[in-house]
Write a protein that binds this ligand. Structure first.
Ligand SMILES: [Zn+2]
Length: 190
């Protein structure tokens, strides 16, 4: 195994032990959509650009991905629910096709229009819910990263990653809130 990838695997194993889970596999990919955690295969995918990050950033990025690995059951449940919803969506016009009267209007036009309407309504209802859930998962993974790397180092790393366009403003703000929360707590405790 390439030395950089081996080092990343060791960091993943250390973070996973700190978060009390079995370490996910680590795989080098060429895709630009990296780093990412694949819940189906319990695998963290990294590209060369991620592996070349300076140590504190790499450690934070990997801790974040291990944070996603702690969410594996929830991520898999989301995947199954989405697949069931899509299957149901496809089943409705199929059932209508079988049971409705035998002419083109009832067998094609009405099930077709019904499917299009149902798909549009489901998409509109599902999209904001999915986006909100994805953000909550990201913020939770950042919280796990702060737990293993320390909140202040995690914030510094997130700020550096935000400058590179790898981390968005919502995650950065959530981490700032966490650090300031900790700061005020430690002032109170001092
Ligand atoms: Zn993430």
């Amino acid at each position: 195994m390439d030395a950089a990838l081996l080092h990343a695997s060791h960091l993943v194993a250390r973070h996973a032990a700190a978060l009390g889970i079995a370490p996910p596999a680590v795989r080098l990919v060429t895709a630009s959509r990296s780093p990412c955690y694949e819940a189906l295969f319990n695998r963290i995918e990294l590209n060369e650009r991620t592996l070349a990050l300076p140590e504190p950033l790499l450690s934070l990025v990997l801790a974040h991905e291990v944070g996603h690995a702690t969410q594996r059951l929830a991520l898999l449940a989301d995947l199954v629910l989405t697949m069931l919803a899509v299957a149901l969506l496809i089943a409705v016009p199929c059932v209508a096709f079988v049971f409705l009267p035998d002419d083109d209007l009832w067998r094609v036009s009405i099930p077709g229009a019904g499917f299009a309407m149902l798909a549009a309504v489901s998409w509109t209802a599902w999209r904001p819910h999915a986006a909100k859930r994805a953000i909550a998962m990201e913020i939770d993974a950042d919280a796990k990263a702060a737990q293993v790397c320390g909140a202040q180092p995690a914030l510094l790393a997130l700020e550096a990653l935000a400058m590179q366009g790898i981390v968005d403003a919502v995650r950065l703000e959530a981490m700032r809130g966490r650090v300031h929360g900790h700061a005020s707590a430690s002032v109170k405790n001092a």
